[in-house]
Design a binder for this molecule. Structure first.
Ligand SMILES: C[S@@+](CC[C@H](N)C(=O)[O-])C[C@H]1O[C@@H](n2cnc3c(N)ncnc32)[C@H](O)[C@@H]1O
Length: 237
């Protein structure tokens, strides 16, 4: 029987799934995540959904090769549209843009009303996603970082709840955990600071009035990131 192995990014998501929960993988594509969890005995059944037929067919093929067809319910739907609140406790939404993840959660407000855990692994728009979560009744319990090649991926482990407003830099980098930070955090902060500085350079000579608030926000992000870097250095001494 074929055994599924996961890359560090998806392995981090898998590691956040508590044993025995009702689990759904939204945007499953090959269904590697549910197949891995089922093969390792973490969960008994899973829902695997995708917006498109091609990826869902690939998910079915994986299940077939692994002998898991009877234990995965396949749903062709957008986001959580084809999944009802009673069917799940833990929902993974990984490998998609932050805007898509936001749209999926906005269309399923029940995810912030019950005892749900959301495992979000955005490929872009992290600042906007963190700000949106904070404003809409979700709390980031922890963040995991994993590196593949030169890219550092972030996994957000999210539950319904209140969270203090995030500073501009916290929207970009997540909250600093004072001594409990991920070993990859220094590299993450450095990469973000460079990205912000490049963006600031890009609009430094702009005279367009609409660039003024963006420049101010980026300056605040840069200051915040530098402060975080200094705090992290102190913690590591
Ligand atoms: C890059 S793949 C990620 C696969 C897997 N989750 C991972 O992290 O490796 C993104 C998948 O999300 C699906 N997708 C995109 N938008 C979606 C939506 N609104 N609802 C459900 N699936 C969606 C795509 O069809 C695609 O199969």
């Amino acid at each position: 029987m074929h055994t599924i192995e996961l890359s560090p990014r998806l392995l981090a998501v898998a590691g956040c799934v508590p044993p025995g929960v009702r689990f759904a993988d939204v945007g499953t594509d090959h269904a590697y995540l549910p197949a891995y969890l089922l093969q390792r005995g973490v969960i008994d059944r899973a829902i695997a959904s995708d917006l498109r037929r091609g990826p869902l067919d690939r998910a079915r093929q994986t299940a077939d090769r692994c002998g898991l067809t009877e234990r995965i319910s396949f749903r062709l739907c957008s986001g959580l549209d084809g999944i009802s609140p009673e069917e799940v406790e833990v929902i993974a939404i990984a490998g998609m843009g932050g805007e898509t993840i936001t749209a999926i959660l906005a269309a399923a407000p029940w995810t912030r009303l019950g005892d749900y855990r959301l495992l979000l692994q955005p490929m872009s728009a992290l600042p906007e996603l963190r700000a949106w979560l904070q404003k809409h009744g979700y709390k980031v319990e922890r963040e995991l970082l994993r590196q593949e090649g030169r890219t550092i991926y972030t996994v957000l482990d999210v539950v319904p709840g209140e969270e203090a407003p995030l500073t501009p830099a916290e929207c970009w980098a997540g909250r600093q955990e004072h001594g409990r930070d991920d070993p990859l955090r220094p590299a993450l902060l450095e990469g973000l600071r460079r990205r912000v500085e490049r963006a600031l350079e890009g609009i430094s000579h702009s005279s367009r009035p609409e660039d003024v608030p963006w420049r101010e926000e980026l300056s605040a992000v840069r200051e915040g990131l530098i402060t975080m870097q200094k705090e992290l250095e102190v913690c590591q001494m």
